[in-house]
Design a protein around this ligand. Structure first.
Ligand SMILES: Cc1cc2nc3c(=O)[nH]c(=O)nc-3n(C[C@H](O)[C@H](O)[C@H](O)COP(=O)(O)OP(=O)(O)OC[C@H]3O[C@@H](n4cnc5c(N)ncnc54)[C@H](O)[C@@H]3O)c2cc1C
Length: 399
């Protein structure tokens, strides 16, 4: 079958690798002149690391192993600890904070030669009756395909073609994030620090080589700054003045270990900003020979730390659904959507609950939460629940 994939992010590249391995003729179209290897760190849970290994991506040197997420109050007192090492042991695959750029490079190296076409912005998709799908590009060229996969991210052209204008909505928080050199023990350690206070949340991930990947999450008034209809428009999401100065003013009173040094070491050029947005939950992700994977189908705020792994999960199920014989391919694509939608729903619910405006929680509540609830087990259940891969949950006829 000839398959055209729009967007060479994590979801698109994973589809291209696995579908080519299954013997399909695959073309992968990316709007950018080159693959984006810049960017920050990313947390990879055992489904993410397992799926990357399955793709042929070498995990060694990809990032730092994480053994725990320590929930701290702003004064540094420990409220709760999620033991990631137990979750990794349970599923037999590590938890890493990896470099996005390195993951992109290693995945790109697994693509079949000649399958990636850069500088190709998809502008339209048409399908009449039972004929092939016609895909058009900004340079005036077009291709025909038996199946089109929209892996074109949160502002997907393919999603708009399928379901009309239906942008992700802003939840009222934004993340300011970056990587900064912070020599010392923390950067070489294996614990994520998630620090809470009335001003927001700061997450610090050691990434080795004396560096820390950090993210500050705080309520941010969209007002005139993030115009309605422009979710993800980071250029418009700027506070007046220096981002670092604003973060220092807001979080400078916190005394959790390492935070003061981080605020001192950060530079404005390290900082990117991302609004927390979420898509409406769709009952299906496609129609006829057109479907979606990854953020095009289900963007969620970064707070759940699962978007990348979920894009890989989509690609894994879709490529397995299309690898087998049996029913016609379109029925298999619909079956892919349904088994994934069931798993993604839980992540979307968690993201809605966690992703709305940061609510200040008093320290006693956080401590009680950490003491009374089996947080590691709950986290393990959430990872398992969101994963088709860890459950070998595939459409019936390919399972
Ligand atoms: C601040 C932040 C932190 C995050 N942290 C984590 C984390 O810790 N763990 C985790 O698992 N996930 C995390 N995520 C989420 C994760 O990055 C995304 O969910 C993931 O990148 C989605 O992959 P994708 O392939 O679906 O889309 P994308 O990575 O967005 O790729 C889409 C691709 O399509 C291309 N494209 C778009 N339109 C067109 C077009 N018209 N024609 C051709 N090409 C097009 C784009 O250029 C891009 O290359 C985070 C996200 C953010 C913003």
């Amino acid at each position: 079958m000839k398959i055209v994939i729009i967007g060479a992010g994590f979801g698109g590249m994973a589809c291209a690798i696995w579908l080519a391995e299954a013997g399909h003729e695959v073309e992968l179209y990316e709007q950018a002149p080159q693959l984006r290897t810049s960017g920050n760190g990313v947390l990879l849970l055992p489904n993410g690391t397992g799926l990357l290994s399955d793709l042929g991506v070498e995990l060694s040197g990809l990032g730092a192993r994480m053994d725990s997420v320590d929930g701290l109050y702003h004064d540094g007192s420990l409220s709760l600890r999620v033991q990631l090492s137990k979750i990794a042991a349970k599923f037999g695959s590590p938890v890493l904070v990896g470099s996005r750029g390195l993951i992109v490079e290693r995945m790109a190296a697994c693509l079949l030669d000649g399958s990636l076409r850069l500088n190709m912005r998809c502008t339209g998709i048409e399908q009449n009756g039972d004929g092939p799908v016609r895909v058009t590009f900004a340079d005036g060229s077009e291709v025909k395909a038996d199946l089109v996969i929209g892996a074109d991210g949160q502002r997907s052209v393919v999603r708009t073609k399928l379901f009309g204008e239906d942008p992700a909505v802003y939840l009222g928080d934004a993340t300011w994030h970056g990587i900064t050199e912070l020599p010392g023990a923390f950067a070489e350690g294996h614990a994520v620090h998630s620090i809470f206070g009335n001003e927001g949340i700061c997450v610090m991930h050691p990434v080795g080589d004396g560096k820390v990947y950090w993210a500050f999450e705080l309520p941010f008034d969209d007002g005139d700054i993030l115009p309605p209809g422009a979710p993800g428009d980071t250029a418009s999401l700027k506070e007046p003045g220096s981002a670092v100065a604003n973060l220092r003013a807001r979080f400078g009173q916190w005394t959790a270990p390492g935070l003061r040094n981080l605020l001192d070491a950060m530079k404005d050029e390290d900082v990117s900003v991302f609004p927390h947005i979420i898509h409406r939950e769709l009952p299906q992700w496609g129609e006829g020979p057109i479907t979606l994977v990854g953020d095009a189908a289900h963007v969620v705020p970064p707070r759940v730390g699962m978007g990348l792994s979920q894009a890989l999960e989509d690609a894994w199920v879709l490529s397995r659904a299309l690898a087998g014989g049996g029913r016609d391919p379109i029925a298999r694509v619909r079956a892919y959507e349904q088994v994934r939608i069931k798993r993604v729903r839980g992540m979307q619910k968690a993201a809605r609950a966690l992703g709305r405006k940061t609510v200040p929680a008093p320290p006693w509540l956080l401590r009680a939460f950490g003491r009374l609830l089996p947080v590691t087990k709950l986290n393990m259940a959430q990872v398992r629940g969101s994963s088709n891969y860890l459950n070998n949950d595939l459409p019936e006829e390919v399972a």
